[in-house]
Design a protein around this ligand. Structure first.
Ligand code: GTP
Ligand code: MG
Length: 374
């Protein structure tokens, strides 16, 4: 919605802009032919003209990643393979999200850790029994909200971390609400069980009160006691993730042109715009022409989650990409195009569209303000 102008709408349904404006005017809605139509205005017009109005973003299929399920028809699935799950770790501040991820990582990644170089990327791919899992750490849950509000669902499974010595806190409750809304399977990691004050039954009771009843209490939520300090329970957690992932039957096509979600972005001295991504479909390679919202470019360099230069990133893998002309907004989708012209054209069209929308918003506001004064 809000992406079609009055004159475009008129053209699409064979009316003159004046007819459209007249209808809206008679209902007290002031628009000019260059204004964008709102959802309710579109509905009214549809009714008035006796036509069915469905709104589609003309560029939406460029970003469409889609859900694939076994047995879907009309899809050539010959090149589809099982892809690793993307797991988002959420929870109250200081309950141990980052520590847990660090522990999982250090026990699962053989090399590159000795130097202890601080990584700012908060997403990692680890391997368990030869199967990969990509984790996304969330500082608070801001990033997750941004993703959701942009409709970029990157998460397959949510892990809610609750410190067993502290229990359910306000942010835990917020996170539960987000996790439920996502529709993803949820696993509760009760962390810090190494502490003397840890109280697993308290956590279970508090969570059950929030509608997350443990399996061993007759509910259907998995609770796993873990310690980011000692490493206890981590194998259990990973196994559980893989079981959930198997049930989800996650599939994607490694031979497709890549689509990837931007989970972080920044402008770095000497490197230019840097995007941290998770590949959702296809394989991203150096030299690919990419478009990402209103930015575009050609992939100049890729680093993996260890900071090592690599030539490509595969399904559900995470790393950073250099080569965009500007810093992309987090939560947007990076898409590989056939030519640099195509990538540039889409980015430019989007930028113009965004600018026009801003302008039309500001004129509308001033009109409303004026009528408020009269
Ligand atoms: P934010 O990113 O700020 O929301 O915090 P976080 O959830 O990532 O917590 P973080 O991993 O930074 O851990 C917070 C504190 O808890 C640190 O001092 C950790 O050392 C400690 N901690 C984390 N996990 C454990 C654990 O399993 N046992 C014990 N004893 N301490 C832990
Ligand atoms: Mg943290």
């Amino acid at each position: 919605p809000e992406d079609i102008r009055v004159y475009e709408f008129a053209e699409a349904c064979g009316k003159s802009p004046a007819e459209v404006i007249t209808v809206l005017f008679s209902l007290g809605m002031m628009v000019t032919k260059n204004d964008f139509l709102k959802q309710d205005e579109l509905e009214i017009l549809g009714e008035e003209f006796g036509i069915e109005v469905t709104v589609r973003d003309a560029l939406e299929d460029v970003n469409y990643v889609g859900d694939y399920h076994d047995g879907d028809e009309d899809i050539d699935d010959s090149s589809f393979v099982t892809r690793p799950p993307v797991v988002t770790i959420m929870g109250h501040v200081d309950h141990g999200k980052t520590s847990l991820l660090d522990k999982i990582r250090s026990s699962k990644i053989a090399s590159g850790e000795a130097g202890g170089i601080t990584q700012h990327i908060s997403s990692y791919t680890v391997e368990k029994n030869g199967q990969k899992i990509t984790f996304v750490d969330t500082p608070g849950h801001a990033a997750f909200s941004a993703m959701r509000s942009r409709g970029t669902a990157i998460t397959d499974i949510v892990i809610i971390v609750v410190a067993a010595d502290d229990g359910v806190k306000p942010q835990t409750e917020e996170v539960i609400a987000h996790a439920k809304a996502s529709g993803c399977p949820i696993i509760i990691a009760m962390n810090k069980i190494d502490k003397e004050t840890a109280n697993i039954d308290m956590v279970k009771a508090q969570m059950a009160e929030k509608g997350m009843t443990p399996v061993d209490w007759g509910g259907n939520t998995e609770f796993i006691g873990v310690s980011a300090k000692s490493g206890e329970g981590i194998e259990d957690l990973l196994e559980n993730i893989l079981i959930q992932a198997e049930l989800l039957e996650l599939k994607a096509d490694p031979t497709a042109k890549a689509k990837a979600a931007v989970i972080e972005s920044s402008l770095e001295k000497g490197r230019g715009p840097v995007a941290t991504i998770i590949v959702q479909n296809g394989t991203l390679r150096i030299g690919d022409n990419i478009v990402c919202d209103t930015t575009f470019g050609r992939v100049k360099a890729i680093t993996d989650d260890n900071g090592n230069a690599v030539k490509e990133l595969g399904l559900s893998e995470t790393g950073t990409v250099l080569g965009l002309n500007d810093v992309p907004t987090t939560g947007t989708v990076m898409v590989v195009m056939d030519s640099d012209k195509e990538a540039r054209d889409i980015a430019t069209t989007r930028a113009e569209h965004a600018r026009a929308k801003e302008l039309s918003k500001s004129t509308k506001v001033s009109l409303e303000e004026m009528s408020g004064l009269i």
